[in-house]
Design a binder for this molecule. Structure first.
Ligand code: SF4
Length: 422
């Protein structure tokens, strides 16, 4: 146990005789007792400052090597002595829908529900360093795009009811976009999976890595295996049975509250909704085609056309929620700008993807590999936001938020989060 903690949570400093200690903070939550205990620990053992890391962990520098185990014991007394800081089981999560008004899903609920499974998988040393990051929406406050296994929240409908889903991204690297292969350091967008099937997806991905990883890093393995193969291996997990057959799939993992219900009456439940869903399904197909062609080295002109069509269909789907059924691209652009972009009903950055693509010359984009790759990624993000936005517009993405009173009732003495704040 001590040896594992020393291996996974401490790192040599440039100065002889000192190591830096990385402290695992489950879901980024710290209570006042832990904060006071950390202050006392620092005064006693290092006298130096505490750093908060981007992955929600803490870093204590200047720990003399002969005090490492004393520091570990002091951390354990504060419930902060867990191994594998930053590794498998130390899932990075944003607040998500628990408290963020932009959240679609609750990454913290998901992280709690998969914890036992991850702890079991992490017993295999080939898996213990895998990084899982989960965001509650495409905004990526949990940095899902640079995780080995990343997820961001969204929703899908079946038979009139909405279910929480997560978009799976695999093989992200923390080194940014990469000088040699621009854009390739972000995870590969693979597929959208119902939240309740995320544990099975992680389990299968881990088994694939064990069977075919051949000692390479997960990022290299993910690129070598490729998106198409991952999709084939996980295809059955995307199925969403009707609510009547599997009501548990319409709840957040670990929650008894329905993620969404079919409102069944009122202006959002009629033909308007069906038309919107139809367009979103078409947008999904086009975005998927663009991504697949890009990976397969397909015709660049066809890739541009598919990505642009995906965004156009997604914009039409959003307009359809307001009874605007328009096919002419210029009118779609104008109405989308007036009704959603200018008035701040869609995230500015994501909305901008649509206008930027509309303004560009298709041949110029097709000739520029970096821009082409970015266009395909942005088309996927725009389509995902269209799914989330239509759910919000129908009032179907709303579910209980954790209030201070709820936290008190749950015995939470007042949490402070590290990193990934909204
Ligand atoms: S914290 Fe960021 S990623 Fe998470 S739900 Fe809110 S906006 Fe989205």
């Amino acid at each position: 146990m001590e040896a594992a903690w020393l291996r996974t949570n401490t790192h040599p400093q440039a100065q002889d005789g000192y190591r830096a200690v990385k402290v695992r903070v489950p879901r980024g939550d710290l209570n006042p007792t832990q904060l006071r205990g950390l202050a006392a620990l620092l005064r006693e053992h290092t006298g130096d400052t505490l750093r908060i890391l981007p992955d929600q962990a803490l870093l204590i520098r200047w720990v003399p090597t002969d005090r490492l185990l004393a520091v570990r014991d002091a951390l354990a007394a504060l419930d902060l002595g867990l191994e594998r800081a930053g590794g498998l089981g130390d899932t990075v999560t944003c607040p998500g829908a628990d408290s963020c008004k932009l959240g679609i899903t609750s990454p913290r609920s998901l992280a709690r529900s998969i914890q036992p499974m991850l702890d079991t998988l992490a017993r295999d040393p080939r898996l213990e360093a895998l990084r899982i990051h989960v965001s509650g929406c495409p905004n990526s406050c949990a940095q899902h795009h640079i995780a080995d296994i990343g997820f961001f929240g969204g929703g899908r409908r079946a038979g009139g009811a909405a279910a929480p889903h997560y978009m799976l991204m695999l093989g992200g690297l923390a080194g940014g976009t990469g000088a040699e292969q621009p854009g390739k350091a972000f995870g590969l967008p693979v597929m959208k999976i119902p939240a309740s099937r995320v544990p099975e997806a992680i389990s299968r991905i881990a088994q694939l890595f064990l069977a075919e990883g051949d000692g390479v890093t997960f990022g290299h393995f993910a690129r070598r295996l490729g998106r198409a193969e991952f999709k084939a291996q996980l295809a059955d997990l995307t199925e969403l049975p009707p609510f009547e057959e599997a009501p548990e799939m319409y709840k957040e993992p670990g929650s008894d509250t329905l993620f969404a219900v079919n409102v069944g009456k009122g202006e959002c439940a009629g033909e308007v909704v069906d038309q919107s869903d139809l367009l979103l399904a078409g947008a999904d197909r086009e975005a998927d085609t663009a991504l697949q062609l890009l990976e397969d080295g397909g015709d660049t002109g066809t890739i541009v056309a598919a990505a642009n069509d995906a965004m156009l269909q997604a914009a039409r789907a959003i307009l359809a929620t307001e009874n605007v059924f328009e096919q002419r691209p210029d009118i779609v652009e104008r109405e989308f700008r007036l009704r959603f972009y200018d008035v701040g009903r869609i995230f500015e950055g994501v909305g901008h993807y649509f206008f930027e693509a509309r303004a560009e010359d298709a041949e110029d984009v097709a000739a520029d590999r970096d821009r082409l790759r970015r266009l395909v990624v942005e088309a996927g993000l725009f389509v995902e936001e269209a799914h989330s936005l239509t759910l919000r517009l129908r009032g179907e993405a709303a579910f209980p938020r954790a209030t201070p009173a709820t936290k008190k009732a749950l015995g939470d003495p007042g949490l402070i989060r590290t990193g990934s704040v909204s």
